[in-house]
Structure formats: C-alpha cells, structure tokens
Write a new protein. Structure first.
Length: 629
C-alpha cells in the first residue's frame, strides 16, 4: 500500500522537475520546427510538381496553331474530323482528355473515346465560357471527378487577321494528378519518417543534455538542502567553467562562510549561555512587548519559577510581580532600579532589579534586559549594622548615664556623706567595669570579624578538659559561705579519650559563658546537667538548665549580638548580650557547631559539636626507634 502511494508521488516529482521540463521544451521545439519545415517543404514540393506537371501536359504550339486554323474554317464536317485527327495525334500519356470548344461554346472535338457523344453539344463548363467571353477565368484549375483529382489547363485559341485578334475557341487539357500526389505522399512519408526518427533522437539528446544541465543543479540543490539542515560537510564537484560551474563554486564558498559564521555564532551562544548559567546574578531578556525570551537559572531561582519553559512568553511585569505598580511603558521610559521583595515563609529574599534597553542603531527599541542582584545579605548586614550601632549606643549610654548621675550627685554634696559616697562610687565602679567588659567583647568580636584573632590550638582530651572546667564551678559553690544561688552540676561524661584540636583558653571561655548563663537563669537549688556523647568523628557536649526557657520566636536570634530574651533582667545581672555571639564565632573557628534547644518554661539545652579523628592504634606516630640513644 505504501509503495503504491509512493509511486504516484515519484512520477509527480519527475514531471514537475526541471529535468523533464528541459527535455519537454527541447522536444516540443524540435517537433514544431520539423512540422513547420515539413509543411513548407511539402507545400513547396507540391507547387513545383504541379508546375512541372502543367509544363509536361502543355500542348505543343503547333497543335494549338493547327486547332486555331481548323476553327477558322467554315467546313464543319471536315473541321471536326481534322480536329479529331489532331487530338488523337497528340502522344502524351499524362493527358487524360483534350477538349476543343469553338467560339460559340460548341464542343468540336475530344480525345476521350468514351465522350464522343459530347461533340456538337453546348459546353457546360463555366470556366470555358468565361474564357470564350474574354472575361476572368482560371487558367489552371484542379477538379475532382469520381474521387480522382485532375489538373485542367484552359487556353483560348486566338486568330489574328487584319491586325485584330479574335478568340476562335478554347482548348481544355485535362490530366490526372494521382501520380503526382502519390509521389508527394511517398516523399511526405519519407520526410515524416525521418522527422519521427529525428524527434526520437532529439528526445534522447534532450534527456542527455537536460541531465547534463540538471545534474549539477541537483547537486547544488542537495548541497543547499544539507546546508539548511546544518550539514556543511562535502562539496560540489565543479565540472565546467560556465554559469552553473560558477554557481557551484559560489555555493561551496557560501557553505564555508555559513559554517564559519554558524560556528562563531554557536560558540558565542554557548559562551553566553555558559556565562548566563554560571552567573550568580539573574538575567532576563524580553522582546519589545515585554515577553520573556531569555532567562538564566539564577533568575529562575530568584523568581521561584521551576522551569524556563514556564517563564518563556510570560510578561516581565507578572514574573517580577510589579504589574500593580508599573506598566511596560514606564519601565522603557524610566529604567529605574527597583528593590523587590520575594520573601516567603521558607526564605527571605530581597532583589535589586536593574533595567537596560536593547536598542538598535536606528533607535528602535527591541526589548529589555533585566539584571537581578540578590541583596538579601547586604540588607541583612545593613540592618544588623544599624541594630549594632543602636545597641552599642544604648548599652553604653545606660551605664554612662548611671555613672554621670552618681558623679553629679557626688559633686552636688553627696561626697560629704561617707556612706552614701562609698555606695555611689561602688555603683560607678560596677558600671565602669561593665563598660570595660563590653568594650573588650566588642574588640574580640572585631578581631574575629577581621580575621586577626590568633588561636593557639593543641590536641586535648576534651572529656578531661570539660570536667576540669566544671570542677571550677563546683569549687565556687563549695568555697562560698553565703552564695546568692545554690545549684548542682550533674555530669554524664563517659571516661573515654577523645582528642580534639582546640584552643583551651577560648574553649574554656565558651563553656564558662554557657555555664554562667545556665546558673544565672536556673532557679535556686536547680540542677545543671552536663553531657558528652561520642558520635564517631564528632563529639557533642551539652549543658542543660532548669530555667524559664527561651520562647520559640527568639530561638533563631539567640546567638545574635546584643540579643537578650529578657533585656531588663539580663542587664540587671550584668550581661552584655555578646557572650553567645562570641561563643558561636569561637566554635565555628574550631570547625564545629553550636545550637540551642529550648521550650518556654522547660529550660534550655546548649549543645556543641566538635569534629575529631578517631584514634587508630595501628597508626602510631611514636616510633620507639627514634628515641634510641
């Protein structure tokens, strides 16, 4: 079925091809030329044969003169006999009949034995009558009788006497033309046979010539088709230096140029795609109607679109979620920077969008390019900087205000009362000490931020160091006769050797800070639980108190600088709000992590994870041979 359908298509393609058209035009031209030449040749040959035939059947002059002489005689009986004798004496096989008519239109003699009864009868031939009357007549008409064509020659017989010419009769010669036309048909048959052979040879030549012309054209067509499909391999063989050969050379050169241009364009496109793909900034391009036609991965992530195919064709106003504030004309005219908020419940994202026109040299605007820059961290840092400045100003203003108030009171006379002066000076000293601690903490944070803080690390048994730090707190409560708050430290520290690379001083500072907070916020008589868990390749230390806990909304900010859950209580207890921020920075310098787990009213648990390499007894760096004397 499929082959049957392909066959008509193949023939249709053949009949519509230039190969067939060239052969057809050549064949039709040859055929028309042969037909025209044949028609002219046959017609000319017919005329020549008829003229030759008329010359052949023309009566000799002496016969015409004899017949004229007889018609001028008055003896009718003798004249008819003499005319018959003259006519029968004419020896011309081509002549079928000779008829003599006198001036009265009476037939005086005929050479046809079968028509002797016409002698003495009035002629009915109008052409002969016209010749007798001296009017217009046809000298050499062709007549057809019983399917046979005859050449008729009508010649008036003129007698000249006394200087006058008189028509005394007409002689009519009739001869059959069948032999002439048989010869013509035979010659025509030969000509048309030769023409048919010439046409057949012409068709063959036309096919060969058209093939020689269309083959390079077909090669050029095949080459251009492959070029259009992106295949630039191969080339056209140039067989001649004519126009088709020059066209083939130009197509080969064009293919090379297109391949070079395509490769260059493809390289530039890939380079642009690579640049766009690996840019941290989002890039979006639109057409003049604001519909997106280019968008990179960063822009997709920023705008929250899953696939580039979804974004293609969408309006830039919808994707940037600014359709309620701007229209496309305003973006094209103003091109101002926009600060866009793409924050969701799962993430915080602030984007600054920069707009630029895609404009031709003529001034025609063909689109927009939008660069999206993630400024979330900048905004966060700027907010933290403002909060930091505000917090530092507030934290320093409070003790300074307190110190100034007590100093003013002393200057106004309180110094004269030793008891009051002593109390005022003690408060001023405490506030000054608090400011010094705060400034020292700020300086330490500054060194951490700038990377100038030095760590003196060494491998220590973290379990023993943890116990050593906790022992100090046990000694404090044991040596204090009247402590402000009683507490108990519960230890869940296994006796294992876990060696971690630490700066012992900084690590002690972190544990001190967490323990002080645990004791500070625990109720009187509370229990502080210290644990150590070995998770293979990392050790987790945790300190749990029985305090009021931390509200859920504050858990994400507990390690922020100057952050306090209960600001009034923390300030009254002398806290600066920087201890946990410093602890977080120190632990991260050790390559570890610190976090808190808490529920309001159920206490808090601060945990520290530190990486370490498990000890392998087979990998002993101490070689006894190195210590031999």
């Amino acid at each position: 079925m499929a082959e049957d359908m392909q066959e008509p298509k193949k023939w249709r393609r053949f009949f519509s091809s230039i190969h067939f058209k060239i052969a057809l035009v050549f064949t039709l031209t040859l055929l028309v030329t042969l037909e025209l030449v044949g028609a002219f040749f046959v017609k000319r040959l017919e005329q020549q044969n008829l003229a030759s035939f008329r010359t052949q059947i023309a009566l000799p002059a002496y016969v015409n003169d004899s017949l004229t002489q007889q018609l001028t005689s008055s003896d009718q009986t003798k004249v008819n006999a003499d005319i018959h004798t003259i006519l029968t004496s004419v020896n011309n096989a081509s002549i079928s009949e000779i008829t003599v008519v006198d001036s009265s239109g009476i037939v005086r003699g005929t050479s046809d034995i079968n028509n002797q009864d016409e002698v003495g009868q009035k002629t009915t031939d109008a052409n002969v009558k016209a010749a007798l009357a001296g009017g217009k007549y046809t000298k050499n008409p062709v007549e057809q009788r019983s399917g046979t064509r005859y050449q008729v020659m009508v010649k008036p017989l003129v007698s000249s006497s006394a200087g006058e010419s008189n028509i005394v009769g007409v002689v009519e010669v009739r001869a059959s033309l069948e032999t002439v036309y048989d010869n013509l048909n035979h010659i025509s048959l030969i000509y048309f046979s030769a023409s048919l052979l010439a046409v057949m040879l012409g068709v063959v030549m036309a096919v060969i010539i058209s093939r020689s012309l269309t083959k390079p054209i077909a090669e050029i067509n095949d080459r251009t088709t492959r070029i259009a499909q992106g295949d630039y391999s191969g080339g056209i063989l140039v067989r001649s230096n004519d126009e088709i050969g020059q066209l083939a050379e130009n197509v080969n050169a064009l293919a090379v140029r297109i391949e070079e241009t395509t490769n260059s364009t493809e390289f530039e496109r890939r380079r642009l795609d690579s640049v766009l793909e690996h840019m941290t900034d989002g890039v979006i391009a639109t057409d003049r109607r604001g519909s997106i036609n280019i968008i990179n991965t960063a822009a997709l992530q920023m705008t929250g679109i899953d696939d580039s195919t979804v974004a293609m064709g969408q309006s830039i106003l919808e994707v940037l979620q600014i359709s309620d504030r701007y229209n496309l004309r305003e973006l094209l005219d103003n091109q101002e920077e926009l600060l866009l908020d793409f924050s969701t419940d799962e993430r915080q994202l602030i984007i600054r969008a920069y707009f630029s026109l895609i404009q031709r040299a003529s001034g025609f605007i063909s689109g927009l390019v939008i660069v999206l820059h993630d400024v979330t961290e900048q905004q966060r840092i700027e907010l933290e900087r403002r909060q930091f400045v505000s917090n530092v100003s507030h934290e320093l203003r409070t003790p300074l205000t307190s110190v100034k108030s007590y100093v003013d009171a002393l200057q106004e006379g309180a110094i004269d009362d030793p008891e009051v002066a002593r109390n005022f000076l003690a408060v001023a000293q405490d506030e000054t000490t608090r400011m010094i601690h705060m400034i020292n903490d700020l300086l330490e944070l500054s060194r951490m931020d700038s990377g100038t803080m030095k760590l003196e690390t060494e491998y220590v048994n973290v379990g023993e160091l943890f116990n050593y730090i906790l022992n100090r707190f046990d000694m404090i409560i044991a040596n204090d006769d009247k402590p402000e708050k009683y507490y108990t430290i519960k230890r869940e520290i296994p006796k294992v050797q876990i060696w971690v690379e630490l700066d012992t001083s900084k690590f002690t500072q972190v544990i001190d800070n967490i323990m002080n907070n645990a004791i500070k916020y625990s109720p009187d008589g509370g229990v502080v639980t210290a644990r150590m868990i070995d998770n293979q390749k990392e050790v987790v230390l945790s300190i749990t108190d029985q305090g009021l806990g931390i509200p859920k909304k504050d858990l994400g900010h507990i390690f922020d600088r100057f952050f306090r859950v209960d600001k009034a209580r923390s300030r009254a207890q002398g806290g600066t709000g920087l201890g946990l921020a410093i602890s977080k920075e120190i632990i991260e310098r050790f390559g570890g992590q610190i976090w808190v787990e808490s529920a309001e009213g159920q206490g808090s648990t601060f945990s520290i994870s530190l990486p370490y390499e498990p000890y392998d007894p087979t990998d002993d760096e101490w070689d006894d041979g190195e210590w031999d004397d």
